[in-house]
Design a binder for this molecule. Structure first.
Ligand code: XUL
Ligand code: CO
Length: 442
């Protein structure tokens, strides 16, 4: 991937970001992420499939509940919505090319501003989709996933697919249809549903059962429409327990998996897991990855981190090598992502106001994942990590333990085994040894 200077440059003064290795002191270079380096038979680029999140990088203007925009974008100036959107897209493709980000992800309204008119929104999205197709072909950058924003507009304050008003639900469907059309036209590899307001603020006014049935019906209709129109990618549900609603139906990986199973959606849907959503649900990210991997549903991830001192979704760029190393161990053991990749659903801080800050954020995140990949590979290949876990369960590998796993023993058989074999020997879980092993490889 190589940036070639066009007519306008939005990130002037910043050139192509390249791998320079550990000896480099250049803050505009990768020290670990070497896209062509082969790890476990695949290039780093293929393992990691990094994606840029359009919303945080090109729309998120630093506003928070206490104050307005601090990031003033030069690509957000033109009067006509589609012209403005084209400028933004030029900036986005310049950034992604300079950063060597091979994929991107968007919500419909990230690409182009929407109105209250369904047909006009479709026209705008089609116009910017045609432009995006050219940009993709020119740069080689691909669409990891598209989605529809069914949470920002006031009409969705009580949800979209789970709104108690059918009329609102129909507007959600109109948006999803157009976003699916755009995703298909752009060769999008996946399509995401994050249930932003699919939940409730108070049970006093909520028929939870009916809302969840509506959500399932809505997902089936979207899936059927997309399949009928040639979409062969994977649908992802992105779990999050709360925020903006008090309670979201897609609470965590385990909840989503049982929902998919209950409503017969397992053939088409997998999970897109986000670090900060896991911690909001009271889990580690590793826990969520393991739950999804064990169900064969580890589709993709949204990379970011929370803040340990507060309880909301701060969407900061990744920083914690221990967390990522343990995560990469699970991802590698699962055989990688199923269809997805690593989308930086992360934003630079309100007071990170220099244009170069977006580069530092992505360089840091990409380097950290690359480093975690190398460390995890080393741990799997050269340490006793896997062996120790295997040995911990060895009593189920032979004899009565193996018979139990096969389903050949009754409760009485277990009782007889206990009575005949006396008290079990004390066995250490070796947690501190394993924690040291991880740190030793870092
Ligand atoms: C919100 C969030 C979303 C989804 C896409 O917390 O993560 O940006 O990733 O709708
Ligand atoms: Co996300």
């Amino acid at each position: 991937m190589n940036y070639i200077k066009g007519q306008k440059e939005f990130f002037a003064g910043i050139g192509q970001i390249q791998y320079e290795g550990l000896d480099s002191d250049n803050p505009f270079a990768f020290r670990w992420y070497d896209p062509n380096r082969i790890v476990r038979g695949k290039s780093m680029a293929e393992h990691l499939k990094f994606a840029c999140a359009y919303w945080h990088s090109f729309n998120g203007n630093g506003a928070d509940p206490f104050g307005g925009a601090t990031h003033i974008f030069p690509w957000d100036q033109k009067a006509d919505a589609v012209d403005r959107a084209k400028d933004k897209m030029d900036a986005a493709f310049e950034f992604m090319t300079k950063m060597q980000l091979p994929y991107y992800c968007f919500h419909d309204v990230d690409l182009v501003d929407y109105t209250n008119n369904v047909a006009e929104n479709e026209r705008r999205l089609q116009a910017i989709t045609a432009y995006a197709l050219d940009k993709q072909q020119e740069s080689g950058i691909k669409l990891l996933w598209g989605t529809a924003n069914l949470f920002s507009h006031e009409r969705y304050m009580n949800g979209a697919a789970t709104n108690p008003d059918f009329h609102v639900l129909s507007h959600g469907a109109a948006q999803v249809k157009a976003a699916l059309d755009a995703t298909i036209a752009l060769g999008g590899q996946n399509y995401v549903f994050w249930g932003g307001r699919e939940g409730y603020m108070s049970l006093l006014n909520t028929n939870m059962k009916r809302e969840q049935e509506h959500l399932a019906r809505f997902l089936h209709l979207a899936k059927d429409y997309a399949r009928k129109n040639g979409f062969s990618g994977t649908f992802f549900i992105e779990p999050k327990p709360c925020e903006p609603t008090k309670h979201q139906y897609d609470y965590d990986a385990a909840t989503v998996i049982s929902f998919l199973r209950q409503y017969d959606l397992l053939d088409d849907f997998k999970l897109n897991l986000e670090v900060n959503h896991a911690t909001l649900a009271g889990h580690t990210f590793q826990h969520e990855l393991q739950v999804a991997a064990d169900a064969g549903l580890l589709g993709s991830i949204d990379a970011n981190r929370g803040d340990e001192q507060n309880g909301w979704d701060t969407d900061q760029f990744p920083y914690n090598i221990n967390e990522l190393t343990e995560s990469m161990l699970i991802i590698l053991e699962a055989g990688g992502f199923q269809g997805g990749g690593i989308n930086f659903d992360a934003k630079i801080r309100r007071n990170s106001t220099d244009r170069e800050d977006l580069f530092f954020a992505h360089i840091g995140g990409m380097d950290l994942f690359a480093r975690a990949l190398l460390i995890a590979d080393k741990i799997l290949e050269k340490s006793s990590y896997l062996q120790l876990r295997k040995e911990r369960y060895q009593s189920f590998d032979t004899g009565k333990g193996a018979e139990f796993e096969k389903g050949n023993l009754s409760l009485e058989d277990l009782r007889d085994f206990a009575a005949a074999n006396g008290e079990p020997e004390v066995k250490s879980g070796k947690q501190e040894f394993l924690e040291n092993l991880i740190n030793r490889h870092i």
